[in-house]
Design a protein around this ligand. Structure first.
Ligand code: FE2
Length: 219
């Protein structure tokens, strides 16, 4: 006999390698941002700044980060094609992008990004063996999780490395374990929307239409 394991959750594990100059510019941004916002968010005594709650919702527009967008597009396209999606039917948009800074003792509580379709994290700076791992948890309504038995391995851990890019469905719950490095850990988070093109020539049922086709109310 054997067991067929179907309906896996695909997590994309790739890499974007900046030039020295690109890396320096990004790190300069992060240090400046940390200096300016360091007093805003503490968990206990630990610094943990997530840009989306301190007014930095779309850093992809900034010159320091703009070059990443084309790479991100390629990786998202790869990810979806690898799971059988005809990506020519769709457009991808960065809905939000924000810096995340952890200092010693920082971490991120379990959450999912219910506001978006795909999420990505790009690691700029993270020393090895310093904690700050990202842990994904299988959905509570997964068929195994509703069985009345304890099943190990319903979590999966990634220990981030510099330049690593992870892409995953936004509804997948995840958390970041306590970071105990002596220097800051820097990463960029992205929320991605998948929509139709502006010209919809075929059936668009279940698709999200292109934002250029939306009609604003209440103006
Ligand atoms: Fe997250």
């Amino acid at each position: 006999m054997h067991i067929d394991a179907w309906f896996a959750t695909p997590i994309y594990n790739g890499e974007i390698v900046p030039t020295k100059e690109q890396k320096n510019k990004i790190e300069r941004y992060f240090y400046k941002y940390t200096q300016e916002n360091g007093d805003k968010i503490f968990i206990g005594n630990s610094l943990n700044i997530t840009g989306d709650v301190t007014g930095q919702h779309q850093i992809s527009e900034l010159e320091e980060f703009e070059w990443i967008n084309e790479h991100l597009y390629g990786h998202i396209d790869n990810y979806l094609r690898a799971i059988g999606v005809n990506t020519s039917k769709y457009k991808f948009y960065i809905q939000k992008s924000w810096p995340v800074i952890c200092d010693e003792g920082g971490g991120v509580a379990p959450h999912a990004h219910m506001n978006s379709h795909l999420s990505a994290v790009f690691y700029i700076r993270c020393g090895p063996d310093n904690g700050g791992d990202i842990i994904f948890t299988s959905s509570p309504d997964h068929p195994l999780n509703v069985l009345p038995v304890h099943i190990p391995n319903t979590n999966v851990k990634y220990t981030p490395t510099e330049n690593q890019l992870l892409i995953f469905p936004s509804s997948l719950r995840h958390k970041v374990t306590e970071f105990y490095g002596k220097d800051f850990r820097f990463s960029i988070s992205y929320d991605i929307m998948i929509t139709t093109h502006i010209n919809i020539n075929s059936d668009s049922e279940s698709d999200v239409s292109n934002p250029d086709l939306w009609v604003s109310l209440g103006d």
